[in-house]
Design a protein around this ligand. Structure first.
Ligand code: G1P
Length: 277
């Protein structure tokens, strides 16, 4: 049976909300305690059975490539010392995943970033992780929960959560028919609607499973909200033709694209992960 092996990470954005730290450092490399955001995303993908990591980068993002590579000098220096233990998780990733990169030359929206990744994905279903949505769960990770659903339904799936009504303008928002507990067949999807016109308070968070026909659909999708090519608009087209599911995942999300969410996630990981090592 076809499984999902590839996970795409759009990582070309500027991270302006974190300036000046993001002036010369990718926002995906901001650490929650001692691990960069993108590494948590890669670990979530691995836990869902994926081993091919595809990253859409841009100018100034080289630190991401170096992170998922050997640092000979450093490794030579600490070989045989207790400090080697700090590299255990990243070594496990490097031993079990392949990494491929392509650059997004111009920032034309998330839909455009995903289309830029087509060259790395080819014609197979794949996952997308927006690393600044950091998710913690008690059991399976969010992607693992979604892969289980994909095996059953074989269509594109977006992760959703309820947000306060007055925050719909920050998200893609869906409306749909609940076909089983927490699982919706999407019949409407709007990118960043004002609260008065939002179809619901069910917001898309940065986890997607996409079937590869999405690439042709994105190519035909005109720029939408903010003049950008939106994955939300492309998914709406797919929802009309083939069907798209929205899944209220089990777990908690931190919006690490905002300073407040990032600090909450840092404190959470310090208390719940770092101190309990
Ligand atoms: C993107 C998507 C949006 C989604 C959000 C999740 O927006 O366009 O539909 O709800 O990610 O984090 P961004 O936060 O990049 O503006």
């Amino acid at each position: 049976m076809e499984t999902i092996k590839k996970c795409l990470f759009p990582a070309a954005g500027y991270g302006t909300r974190f300036l000046p730290v993001t002036k010369s450092m990718p926002k995906e490399m901001l650490p929650l305690v001692n691990k960069p955001l993108i590494q948590y995303g890669v670990e979530e993908a691995m836990a869902a059975g994926m081993s091919e990591v595809a990253i859409v980068t841009g100018r100034g993002k080289r630190a991401i490539e170096d992170h998922f590579d050997i640092s000979y000098e450093l490794e030579h220096q600490i070989a045989g010392t207790s400090k080697e233990g700090f590299l255990k998780d990243i070594r496990y990733i490097m031993d079990n995943c392949t990494f491929s990169y392509t650059r997004q030359i111009e920032m034309k929206g998330l839909g455009h970033a995903i289309l830029t990744g087509e060259t790395l994905i080819g014609h197979e279903p794949f996952a997308v992780v927006l690393a600044d949505d950091y998710c913690v769960t008690e059991g399976d990770g969010v992607l693992a929960q979604m892969v289980a659903l994909y095996k059953e339904h074989r269509c594109s799936i977006v992760a959703i959560e309820e947000v306060p009504r007055d925050e719909t303008f920050k998200y893609g928002v869906i409306d749909g028919e609940e076909i089983s507990e927490g699982l919706y067949r999407v019949n409407n999807m709007v990118e960043k609607p004002d609260p008065e016109v939002a179809p619901s308070n069910l917001a898309i968070i940065g986890r997607y499973i996409l079937t590869p026909d999405i690439f042709d659909i994105i190519r035909d999708t005109p720029p939408g909200r903010n003049g950008e090519v939106q994955i939300t608009d492309a998914l709406m087209t797919q929802a009309k033709s083939g069907g798209v599911l929205a899944y209220k995942f089990k777990g908690r999300r931190f919006d690490c694209g905002s300073i407040e969410g990032f600090m909450d996630a840092s404190n959470y990981n310090y208390e719940h992960i770092y101190k309990k090592r």
